[in-house]
Design a protein around this ligand. Structure first.
Ligand SMILES: *Cc1c(COP(=O)(O)O)cnc(C)c1O
Length: 389
């Protein structure tokens, strides 16, 4: 239930999250594990709450981008294996990895040197996940230089090769050519590893788009972010799985006024009323993550009706034209992202309007907005979900 103190909040629907996770889980073969990517505070949804739901629904691994994100999960009592997708560069960070049982990505000879040294000093063995760059040109050892590094990992006493992975650069492109070129490079590395007799317990390649594109990309594990949160990565990948948006964004009306024709609204008077208008001020703005670029373009839902936003969005407040909803009062909750009656506004709608991607919209909501678990229209409690696993 909404915090009675909050002027605006992000609402997380744990039932939708559980349904998405189950849909993904049942789409995968029994031998394919699900790594839930919960970096960036679970794409803005709240990492600890998301981790608890997805682990109860069949995810077996968690993926984060930073050591701090991993430690936050451990501190909250989450014991599942965690793969750190980003880099670590200091001995202190590697000591923290060992202490918190977080498994790092190994991408360079520097990593190997550092990991081996720290692990041996600590008298332990660090499981590492070797990232092969097959075409993303971001993190990872280039595929044509991978074999010597993999052999060195194999022969290093302080580390153990826990998985070999790669990341797809163009899996959401309708033309799959780039994906299959990357897969071919990855396959070359895997075949060479096999030929050399190097034991490798796990292989993984697919993100959400790769998972939906082709089952031959699933291997031993898929690393899924966006789909868990209820969105398809591209229009041509919609409808393959029933996915329900998990995040809602809501705020309260803080003032209502009638304005006369000719009255300018907000900074710069970039909107001027042409007729008498009922204007609602809402307590959310760009400092909360509502992009200023949506000014005079976005809509919101009020009492089940769609209304337009008018004037520039300000740091903490924005205005809605509620002329058509005369019954609204101060304190009324409005929906910026989410469903009301027959209407729905999604993060994807915002992304389309701004010519960006859904990922950026979801993780753009600031921590100034409390994260609240919603009561869902589907009558299932959190406890019921957790015990279903
Ligand atoms: C973020 C990330 C993913 C998840 O991508 P989605 O498109 O959100 O499914 C998977 N793998 C790596 C290496 C990532 O950085």
């Amino acid at each position: 239930m909404p915090d009675p103190q909050a002027r605006a909040w992000v609402e997380i629907d744990p039932v939708a999250l559980a349904q998405n996770t189950r849909a993904i889980r049942s789409y995968l073969g029994a031998q394919t594990e699900l790594l839930a990517v919960i970096k960036a505070d679970a794409y803005g949804h709240g990492a600890v709450a998301v981790a608890e739901v997805v682990l109860a629904q069949g995810a077996t691994w968690l993926g984060v981008a930073t050591l701090g994100e991993a430690i936050q999960l451990r501190r909250a009592g989450i014991g599942a294996p965690i793969l750190l997708l980003g880099g670590v560069d200091t001995a202190q960070q590697v000591q923290a990895l060992l202490y918190w049982r977080v498994e790092p990505t190994l991408a360079t000879w520097e990593h190997l040197r550092l990991f081996t040294q720290v692990a041996q000093t600590a008298g332990t063995i660090l499981p590492v996940h070797l990232d092969v760059d097959t075409g993303m040109s971001r993190f990872g050892v280039p595929w044509h230089e991978a074999i010597p590094l993999i052999q060195a990992v194999w022969h290093s006493p302080g580390v153990r090769l826990a998985s070999l992975y790669s990341h797809l650069a163009t899996a959401d492109d309708p033309d799959p050519q780039g994906v299959y070129l990357q897969q071919q490079r990855f396959r070359q590395v895997l075949q060479e590893v096999q030929r050399l007799g190097i034991p490798c317990p796990k292989v993984h390649l697919a993100n959400s788009a790769g998972m939906l594109l082709d089952r031959h990309l699933h291997y031993d594990m898929v690393r899924v972010g966006l789909a868990l949160y209820g969105y398809a990565p591209a229009p041509h990948l919609e409808g393959i799985l029933p996915l329900h948006p998990v995040m809602g964004v809501r705020a309260r009306i803080t003032q209502i006024k009638e304005i006369a024709p000719g009255t300018g609204v907000s900074y710069g008077h970039r909107f001027v009323a042409t007729q008498p208008m009922r204007l609602a001020t809402v307590g959310i703005g760009y400092a909360d993550g509502v992009p200023r670029g949506l000014s005079n373009r976005m809509t919101a839902l009020v009492r089940g009706r769609r209304v337009r936003q008018v004037g520039m969005i300000t740091m903490d407040q924005l205005m809605l034209d509620v002329t058509a909803v005369p019954e609204v009062q101060v304190g009324q909750i409005v929906t910026l992202i989410g469903r009301e009656g027959n209407h729905q506004i999604t993060a994807q709608d915002w992304a389309n309007d701004l010519d960006t991607i859904t990922w950026e919209i979801l993780c753009g909501f600031k921590h100034r907005l409390p994260r609240i678990l919603s009561a869902s229209p589907v009558p299932v409690s959190l406890g019921a979900i957790a015990s279903e696993s």
